[in-house]
Ligand binder design. Structure first.
Ligand code: IPD
Ligand code: CA
Ligand code: CA
Length: 278
């Protein structure tokens, strides 16, 4: 049984409080599908309400910490270098479509390092949490990344670019290279939970480009505290702020990095002479 620190308790309580409203709203969203305006305004309100609750609760408990929040941006606190990095609703598209796979993500950054993280998935009451040096947990159970060594047995999560943003051709090249090697690729639609699932050994790896710090802050700590590896796709060491993530167990991290590199190199390589159009 894991004893949660006072800090983790603050984060867990804030997430639980914000989750109540989100769960209520999630129950409504189904009925709204038919309304004239559609449910998207309703969902963005749910999102804003959750962010307000998280800010209030976290501020009450730790008045000196700053914030970096998806909807309201950055604000400094009296304690320089310490801030909450928050996504009040990760997996908005799932939420909007009545798909029960979304979460609240709260990370705590101190002097550039993530020292605590909570990812709460309320529909199934899965509270993922980690504190630097103390391990990663799902509710009260200790988490370990998977032990799988063979790419051919592994299931890898990813995020697919959407609404015309990001590098679509680049993603297709990566997916093509990956699908030749692994047992399956999954796109579940909530980055914080993709990382939590790597920490829990459910996914053997995960890659995505174009992420924001609030998608990744808590989840990255979950993976490292569960014994996994996380970096940027090209090898950089700043997955929270660098914009891309490759997370995996220690056996698969390098092989997965190689597959993604081969996809990038394949795109750069000039077409063979015979392919040139006359
Ligand atoms: C999104 C989800 C999704 C990822 C997107 C994120 P949002 O966050 O995490 O899985 O592919 O890049 O923007 O918008 O639902 O908070
Ligand atoms: Ca997000
Ligand atoms: Ca969000």
């Amino acid at each position: 049984m894991a004893a949660r620190s006072a800090l983790i308790n603050v984060m867990v309580r804030a997430a639980e409080k914000a989750a109540k409203g989100l769960v209520r709203d999630f129950g409504e969203v189904e009925h709204l599908q038919v309304s004239r305006k559609g449910p998207s305004d309703f969902v963005s309100n749910a999102d804003l309400k959750a962010e307000r609750i998280l800010r209030e609760e976290l501020q009450k408990a730790r008045p000196d910490f700053g914030f970096l929040m998806e909807e309201s941006g950055a604000s400094k606190g009296a304690e320089a270098g310490t801030r909450w990095i928050v996504d009040p609703l990760d997996g908005t598209t799932n939420f909007l479509h009545g798909l029960p796979h979304w979460a609240i993500s709260i990370g705590l950054e101190k002097n550039g390092e993530i020292v605590a993280g909570v990812v709460y998935e309320p529909v199934h009451d899965q509270m993922f949490w980690a504190e630097k040096g103390a391990g990663a947990f799902l509710n009260h159970q200790r988490l370990r990344v998977s032990e799988r060594r063979n790419l051919a047995d592994s299931v890898i999560a990813t995020g697919i670019p959407f609404k015309g943003r990001g590098d679509h051709a680049g993603f297709l090249g990566e997916a093509e290279a990956m699908m030749k090697e692994v047992a399956g690729i999954r796109r579940f639609g909530a980055a914080s939970l993709d990382l939590a699932y790597v920490a829990a050994g459910r996914f053997d790896g995960y890659w995505e480009r174009g992420l924001s710090p609030w998608d990744a802050a808590a989840g990255v700590l979950l993976v490292t505290e569960a014994g996994g590896f996380v970096g940027e796709i090209g090898g950089g060491r700043n997955p929270v702020f660098g914009g891309s993530i490759l997370a995996a167990n220690s056996h698969l991290h390098l092989p997965l990095a190689k597959i993604l590199r081969s996809a990038a190199e394949g795109r750069k390589a000039p077409a063979p002479a015979g392919d040139a159009k006359a």
